[in-house]
Ligand binder design. Structure first.
Ligand code: BTN
Length: 318
């Protein structure tokens, strides 16, 4: 019921009378007043003026599943949205749901993570109420060796979503770091469960620094607020990311990787740069020249030899 009242308040242009709400929701005005008190206690600022009614002045800066889903208009992403306060990592929550056979597109997000994790065993700083930290359960019909395509698609989708809600133009450092002014704004971690080459589910975990101020950012990181000079509505950003992921996912499954790879290349901070890349087999240096058809990075070493890297940590040299 609270959701419906919020929806009325949001849709009404100016004040909406208690009488109108009571008629439309078929409940007494006293009950509506009680709901308004409850909503205020949750952080909604609601003005009440005699003879005029109620008006929504401000919403709390908190993720609420019905607000995330309201007007989302996606078919897969965010079909179910679970909002948690503080968790160790949304990846673990999503894994649990994946194992319990949840629907594809189920999303778990948290206001804070105590053990947010990044690629290559790194930590993902997840201060409370400042960023977007979520994991998405997908069940793609892709073979294991093509799953890198899903990660590169997610990077393109994330960069496009950021661009749609801000005037900022993020770039992508291979494979999937989202950079602004050469500093890390967002990251993607893909984990999966597979049995004998058959993918059971994939978890795409995304961390995006939204309203994080510079003193709460790790060295070398950026946030939308720091880069744009103002705060963002985190729910609006989240919705844009989910819509963009859905668009990219449908494109990947229906039309293949070629177009996504072109979009990735247009945003690349890595191609045509000299790079140092570290992985389990050691360190190499050279010119990043292209991606192969599965999204692996091709590097031309100084001796002319071209090597292919499917994973690793890239350091941009110049
Ligand atoms: C990286 O760039 O290293 C990937 C960072 C991924 C962070 C997100 S935040 C939500 C989800 N939960 C985690 O513990 N990690 C991912």
């Amino acid at each position: 019921m609270q959701e419906r009242i919020i929806q009325f308040l949001k849709e009404s242009d100016g004040y909406i009378s208690g009488e109108e709400i009571s008629q439309r929701l078929k409940m007494s005005r006293a009950a509506i007043w009680k709901y308004m008190q409850e909503l205020r206690a949750q952080g909604y600022e609601i003005a009440a003026v005699p003879h005029l009614g109620y008006q929504l002045v401000a919403c709390p800066d908190k993720f609420l599943s019905y607000e995330i889903q309201s007007g989302l208009n996606t078919k897969i992403m965010g079909k179910k949205v679970i909002v948690m306060d503080t968790v160790s990592s949304t990846m673990d929550e999503a894994f649990r749901l994946g194992n319990e056979n949840c629907d594809e597109g189920t999303v778990v997000c948290a206001e804070a993570q105590s053990k947010g994790r990044g690629r290559l065993g790194r930590v993902w700083a997840s201060p409370k109420g400042k960023g977007l930290y979520f994991s998405l359960v997908l069940r793609p019909s892709l073979p294991l060796n093509q799953l890198a395509q899903l990660t590169l698609m997610s990077a393109v989708a994330l960069a496009e979503a950021i661009e749609s809600v801000s005037a900022l133009k993020p770039l992508i450092k291979w494979p999937n770091d989202i950079l602004l002014e050469n500093e890390k704004l967002a990251g993607i971690l893909t984990e999966l469960r597979a049995e004998s080459d058959q993918v059971q589910f994939v978890i795409v975990g995304i961390g995006l620094n939204i309203n994080t101020s510079s003193q709460h950012l790790p060295p070398g990181a950026n946030s939308l607020k720091v880069a744009a000079g103002h705060s963002f509505d985190r729910t609006e950003v989240f919705q844009a990311v989910l819509r963009s992921l859905e668009k990219g996912y449908v494109k990947l499954l229906n039309h293949g990787f070629a177009q996504i790879m072109e979009d990735w290349k247009k945003r690349s901070a890595t191609l045509n740069k000299r790079v140092r890349i570290t992985d389990s087999s050691g360190i190499i240096e050279g010119q990043a020249i292209d991606l192969d058809e599965d999204g692996a990075l091709l590097i031309r070493k100084d001796n002319g030899l071209v090597v292919k890297k499917s994973a690793g940590d890239v350091f941009l040299l110049r």
